[in-house]
Design a protein around this ligand. Structure first.
Ligand SMILES: NC(=O)c1ccc[n+]([C@@H]2O[C@H](COP(=O)([O-])OP(=O)(O)OC[C@H]3O[C@@H](n4cnc5c(N)ncnc54)[C@H](O)[C@@H]3O)[C@@H](O)[C@H]2O)c1
Length: 341
């Protein structure tokens, strides 16, 4: 089986490429990545030591159409930082939406199947803000509500959210026109080793790294109390469920899922700080930035009911495991990672 992973030198793509190569007999796994993300060159080296070739192409390159034939394309290529919606709308739109369009042409040509990594950020920002009324954000928000496809996609959802939602719709149209099998996964916050976290994307690895190396951090938004809640899912759990989806593609296809850590893996920033203090044995000063970004949400926890039903699967790795895996990854690879955070 020939598998192409777009964004294969990113956090998700690189871990997934190595995992699939190890776990699907006789598979040939390839990556397509223009190495634009900080840290993607490090991940490319990891791929190469696992005998996985990267095509150094832009997602919108016409050359993609003349690459070898693939049986599966797993689309992990994106500009995933939500704040880029305002800072760099061209990149968000071109990479995330036009890029999906280009990839779909290749899927059509090869009669391949596609798995698309969508996001929980397709859900309405204003409706999510209503869940945890701003006046209550000073208090810890206790997770109660789990979000899935029944939740509103009303604007605003950010340009990032729009580009992913529009990509989902495009995939469905292509599926209808050309009889293409697809799976769409709306993922919550994915965390784990080989994520080059930054302030606006990948906060779990950023938090551990900043504690480890005693650097500055801020609680941003909602008054700067650090009470925003997210559910974290370990990258290993994401790889495991995608493998199951590939194996079952002939019976389960043309379907969309929500996948995240769920209530048991939900955490707010203050609690994350505590866990980082314990594992690193360091306490750093955390500043307060009271102003809230127009894209921030106070709360997100995924409802995994559908994915559980179809694959008899739930995420296995808890938050402590996520944090310790990040910590030991940073510790073990200090030299390679120098200058990347
Ligand atoms: N990480 C998360 O928490 C998360 C959550 C939900 C959904 N997702 C989705 O999962 C996918 C992977 O996310 P990630 O965290 O691995 O992101 P990432 O930034 O680590 O990886 C994306 C990769 O795409 C490459 N890339 C960017 N623009 C490109 C272009 N124009 N042409 C070719 N390559 C390009 C980058 O170099 C990078 O290696 C994305 O589609 C993202 O929207 C991620």
């Amino acid at each position: 089986m020939n598998i192409l992973i777009t964004g294969g030198c990113g956090f998700v793509g690189s871990n997934l490429a190595i995992y699939l190569k190890k776990n699907i007999k006789n598979s040939k796994v390839f990556s397509l990545d223009n190495l634009s993300r900080n840290g993607s060159k490090v991940n490319k080296n990891r791929l190469e030591s696992n005998h996985i070739k990267n095509f150094n192409l832009d997602i919108n390159s016409k050359k993609i159409l003349s690459l070898k034939k693939f049986d599966f394309i797993i689309d992990c290529c994106a500009e995933p930082a939500i704040e880029e919606s305002i800072k760099n709308p061209n990149k968000v739109f071109n990479t995330n939406l036009i890029g999906t369009f280009n990839i779909l042409k290749k899927v059509q040509k090869d009669k391949a199947k596609i798995i698309f990594l969508s996001t929980s950020r397709v859900y309405s920002i204003s409706k999510l803000n209503k869940i945890a009324k701003k006046k209550n954000i000073k208090k810890r928000i206790v997770p109660k509500i789990k979000i899935d496809h029944s939740f509103s996609n009303d604007s605003p959802i950010s340009l990032y959210g729009f580009s992913k939602l529009a990509s989902e719709m495009l995939i469905k149209e292509y599926s209808y026109m050309y009889n293409i099998k697809y799976i769409i996964n709306r993922l919550g916050v994915i965390s784990g080793p080989w994520q080059f976290g930054k302030v606006d994307q990948g906060f779990a690895s950023l938090w551990v790294e900043r504690h480890m190396n005693k650097k500055k951090l801020s609680y941003k938004g909602y008054g700067g109390h650090g009470n925003q809640v997210r559910d974290l899912i370990h990258i290993d759990d994401v790889c495991e469920i995608i493998l199951k989806q590939i194996k079952k593609i002939n019976s389960t296809y043309n379907i969309s899922f929500d996948i995240g850590g769920g209530i048991n893996n939900s955490i707010n920033l203050k609690q994350l700080t505590k866990k980082c203090q314990i594992i690193t044995n360091n306490k750093i000063k955390i500043l307060k930035e009271r102003n809230t970004s127009m894209f921030d949400i106070p709360y997100f926890v995924s409802k995994n009911k559908k994915i559980k039903k179809f694959y008899k699967w739930s995420p296995k790795k808890n938050i402590d495991k996520i944090i310790s895996d990040i910590f030991y990854w940073l510790k073990k690879n200090r030299k390679i990672l120098k200058g990347y955070f």
